[in-house]
Design a protein around this ligand. Structure first.
Ligand code: SAM
Length: 196
């Protein structure tokens, strides 16, 4: 990551904290991932050389920028999805200002329906950061769309384990993933598809 982009992303995170602190309605907050989670996603995407990356839950594009910078180094592309048109517009202007829009396609739609329309084994990395209670209802698509060697990451595994419990069970009982809970930020559930 260039020093310019790092400085941009630090400013964006600070703006997000300020915005969220002033916004009484939780559902309208931007709720960005913690910066160490951004670092973790960035290095993971690079390490597995992911070229086809999907993010569910764009918000203002903070995590999108972390993912996009890693994807750009891999000569890949990122699709990021949010059903809130205002947030997609805001994310687009942040990506433009960060100079990283060329590797990102922002989609304004419902994440579960986009997931169910994707071809089998077409994704190298899937980042789940939308409404946690929805994830279990999206099964089996998170498994179906991931390539062998592909990685699923879900935020909030240690902050809200009960809300991710069914997804965790689905992943484990599928028999095709190795999993770990990485204690960074609010806890990342990481599942590598190593079979199937
Ligand atoms: C926690 S925020 C995402 C934060 C963002 N990943 C970041 O770290 O910068 C969750 C976002 O998911 C979006 N969302 C929730 N459920 C969704 C769904 N079913 N389809 C599309 N977007 C959804 C919300 O509008 C919200 O912007």
């Amino acid at each position: 990551m260039t020093p310019e982009l790092r400085s941009f992303i630090e400013d964006l995170y600070a703006k997000g904290r300020e915005f969220d602190q002033a916004e009484p309605d939780w559902s309208r907050r931007w709720r960005n991932i913690d910066p160490p989670v951004g670092e973790f996603l960035w290095i993971l995407i690079k390490a597995i050389k992911a070229k086809e990356v999907l993010e569910l839950g764009t918000s203002n594009g903070y995590s999108t920028i972390w993912l996009a910078d890693a994807v750009r180094d891999n000569q890949g592309k990122l699709v990021s999805v949010d059903f809130d048109r205002e947030l997609i517009n805001l994310a687009q202007s942040n990506l433009d200002a960060a100079g990283i829009s060329d590797v990102v396609e922002l989609r304004c739609c419902e994440a579960g329906s986009l997931l169910s329309d994707l071809p089998d084994m077409s994704i190298d990395a899937l980042f789940l950061d939308a409404e946690r209670s929805d994830y279990a209802g999206w099964w089996p698509h998170p498994e179906r769309v991931l390539r062998r060697g592909g990685v699923l990451i879900a935020d909030n595994m240690t902050s809200h384990p009960e809300e991710l419990a069914t997804l965790y069970e689905q992943i484990q009982s599928s028999g095709v993933f190795s999993t770990a809970v990485v204690p960074v930020g609010k806890g990342e559930l990481v599942a590598v598809r190593d079979l199937g």
